[in-house]
Design a protein around this ligand. Structure first.
Ligand code: MG
Length: 227
């Protein structure tokens, strides 16, 4: 077993919250194209990329929106719409080619069969996820895309909202994801965290981020719960 176990050898939880892209599905979103297009748009609105503090695109569009709002509220609204149209377009393009990671449906079913509640949260848009996984509602108790919350992970609000809907506390739940954002978000609300190696993140990066377990893929969580 490849599980990296730092604390409890067995995981006792009532709910599992999964990330989507890279964790349950393969979705090759072209983030550099997205970035290039958003930065191009930003420059057209007189905002210089050098002034940007945020690291990730969704937060960057919020930052630019706030900066523009002070001077010109209508330009701010227009920028927000146009930038989100770019994000949506690139995400939908990736969703066309996207597919679930083999075993995803079986894993979710198995967990629910054990009485474990399932949440799925994502920074992706709702349309793109539903394109790849049309029957998502049949496999989870709550699905929270970025369209359902104001602040997305790693901001804790995204998980707080999902846990509330699952009627579960952070201590009784585990967050599973392929990015350190997922580990950061989970830790912020007191969840156990699992990093999976089906995205681009390496084992060492998850260790540095403080993940409780590192698994090859999401299906291995069943073994972890069985102990
Ligand atoms: Mg991911």
């Amino acid at each position: 077993m490849d599980a990296f176990e730092k604390k409890d050898p067995r995981l006792k939880i009532k709910a599992v919250v999964f990330d989507f892209d890279g964790t349950l599905a393969v979705l090759n979103i072209d983030f550099s194209l997205m970035r290039e297009r958003i930065f191009g748009l930003m420059k057209g609105y007189g905002i210089s990329p050098e002034t940007i503090q945020e690291k990730y695109l969704l937060e960057i569009t919020d930052e630019v929106y706030q900066a523009l709002r002070v001077k010109n509220p209508s330009a701010a609204g227009k920028f927000y719409q146009e930038s989100h149209a770019i994000l949506h377009e690139v995400e939908m393009g990736a969703a066309e080619e996207g597919r679930l990671i083999p075993g995803t449906g079986a894993t979710l079913k198995k967990l629910r069969g054990k009485g474990v509640k399932i949440g799925i949260i994502t920074r992706n848009c709702e349309d793109a996820v539903r394109k790849v996984f049309p029957s998502i509602n049949d496999f989870c108790d709550v699905f929270v895309s970025r369209n359902s919350v104001k602040k997305v992970k790693p901001h804790p609000d995204h998980l707080i909202y999902a846990l509330k809907r699952l009627k579960t506390s952070g201590e009784d739940a585990v967050m599973v994801g392929d990015h350190i954002i997922d580990v950061q978000a989970g830790r912020r609300v007191g969840m156990k965290t699992i990093g999976v190696l089906t995205g681009g993140t390496k084992k060492e990066e998850f260790e540095r981020a403080g993940a409780d377990y590192i698994l090859r893929d999401a299906s291995e969580i069943c073994k972890l719960l069985e102990g």
